[in-house]
Design a protein around this ligand. Structure first.
Ligand SMILES: [Zn+2]
Length: 448
């Protein structure tokens, strides 16, 4: 860009004004003016104008040689009008979006340029790796679909049930590793119910929705950043402009919208110092319905024309994933080994055989006779640490498994000093059996 040519960078939310300004400044771009209420950075002479879409809709737009629309998939009516205004016909508009799949987006933009796909960004370290567990899903057989999405009222009835909500909480306690978590419910009642049950379980949970006053919302975010609040429940409020270090997403809001789904999971894909991965707990059946977020691509913009029956514009559609029998992790359909628990895909009878061996090890009379020595325990802890490292789990996971096995934490320094050692088949089988027992326990509780 030539220096005297102004650029408008339009963002759809107030919170994004601040984030954009600090991101630009962080990149050494200081020549910024802001168009938003009486913002302190108001300065029309600056070559880069960061503007809120709402302010632009109300005011005379500054002249510009280029317009960049952030979160272009949101397609505000005022932006659409602007783009089709003959006075702006010679100015190029560039839309930015991680989910450029909105209906009719192709009526306003000529071309889709895919800079990088989610999987590539994870591979390159720009986004966090993730693992998904899908231990239960609601029965949606009575929920109607309207205009491509579930009927919200019926969806709420199907999901806002005591057993299902209790299951979400139980899964987080078992799998969430006390990570900073965003939890998505169907609607306000559902999200508040989830918050309530987390509180009853002794987990510091708060609730945010579109009606939460800005100051209160900021206070909640501060408590979340400080680790005082572990979980924020919400109903689709926290999909854009949320600048939080989120390491677990609980998705309890079934959707048929790839955009909403990817935005929800996307809240947790940001990298952060010390963050190994994102854990996703899917209680909505979304992964089995839509696939992994890394599987969702479209090569073209939607032209807004009605689709013919059975027509699907998703290119090279990846087969839907499956769920590990052992630990309920979601994995690619063809994967032979579960990355989460190491379970090898095998016939049911073989799983049972492994299970049988476990009974021998883990419970029953023979187990009672087995009194491990201190060095056996230490060796076992070393094996757990090896498996933890292999799977990218924390040492906390190893401690937890140790406790599951021996009934106490590995508190003594000698045990804790055990370096990672390659695990025996017996230890690997025990780990696998615990995952199977976990899954069976869920089924026994009437949850499938
Ligand atoms: Zn598994």
């Amino acid at each position: 860009m030539e220096r005297d040519h102004r650029v408008i960078f339009a963002v759809p939310a107030l919170s994004l004004v601040e984030q954009t300004v600090s991101a630009f400044c962080g990149e050494g771009l200081g020549c910024i003016g802001v168009v938003q209420a009486d913002h302190v950075l108001t300065d029309p002479s600056q070559p880069v104008q960061v503007c809120s879409v709402q302010s632009l809709a109300r005011r005379e737009k500054p002249e510009a040689a280029l317009v960049i629309i952030d979160e272009a998939h949101r397609m505000f009516a005022s932006v659409n009008e602007w783009m089709t205004d003959p006075e702006w016909a010679n100015v190029p508009f560039i839309g930015l979006s991680a989910t450029p799949w909105a209906r009719g987006l192709g009526k306003y933009y000529d071309d889709l340029i895919i800079a990088a796909r989610t999987a590539e960004l994870i591979e390159a370290g720009y986004l966090s790796p993730f693992i998904v567990f899908a231990p239960s899903e609601p029965d949606l057989s009575d929920v109607a679909t309207i205009a491509g999405e579930f009927h919200q009222g019926e969806l709420s009835d199907a999901c806002n049930k005591s057993t299902l909500v209790g299951d979400v909480v139980a899964t987080w306690l078992a799998r969430g590793e006390k990570r900073p978590t965003l939890c998505y419910g169907v609607d306000r009642a559902h999200a508040e119910h989830l918050q309530q049950r987390f509180l009853e379980a002794g987990v510091a949970a708060e609730f945010v929705d579109a009606y939460t006053p800005v100051e209160e919302r900021e206070r909640i975010f501060r408590r979340f950043r400080a680790g005082v609040t572990k979980i924020i429940t919400n109903c689709a409020t926290l999909t854009t402009g949320v600048d939080l270090d989120v390491r677990c997403i609980v998705d309890a809001k079934p959707t048929k919208s790839e955009m909403l789904f990817v935005q929800t999971i996307g809240r947790g894909l940001r990298t952060a110092s010390g963050k190994d991965k994102l854990i996703v707990l899917d209680h909505a059946g979304n992964h089995l319905r839509l696939g992994l977020v890394t599987d969702i691509h479209h090569e073209h913009l939607d032209d807004g024309k009605p689709k013919k029956a059975g027509e699907d514009d998703r290119e090279r559609k990846a087969p839907l994933p499956r769920i590990c029998d052992g630990c309920s992790a979601v994995m690619p359909r063809k994967a032979a080994v579960c990355e989460a628990c190491g379970a090898v895909r095998e016939a049911k009878c073989e799983v049972d055989a492994v299970d049988g061996e476990l009974v021998e090890l883990g419970s029953g009379t023979r187990a009672e006779k087995w009194a491990p020595t201190a060095s056996e325990k230490r060796e076992f802890f070393g094996e757990l640490r090896f498996i933890a490292a292999e799977r990218g789990y924390s040492d906390g996971w190893a401690s937890h498994k140790f406790r599951e096995k021996f009934g106490h934490w590995p508190n003594d320094a000698w045990t804790r000093s055990a370096g990672p050692t390659a695990p025996s088949l017996k230890t690997r089988n025990w780990i696998r059996s615990r995952a199977i027992a976990f899954a069976k326990g869920r089924r026994a509780n009437g949850e499938t």
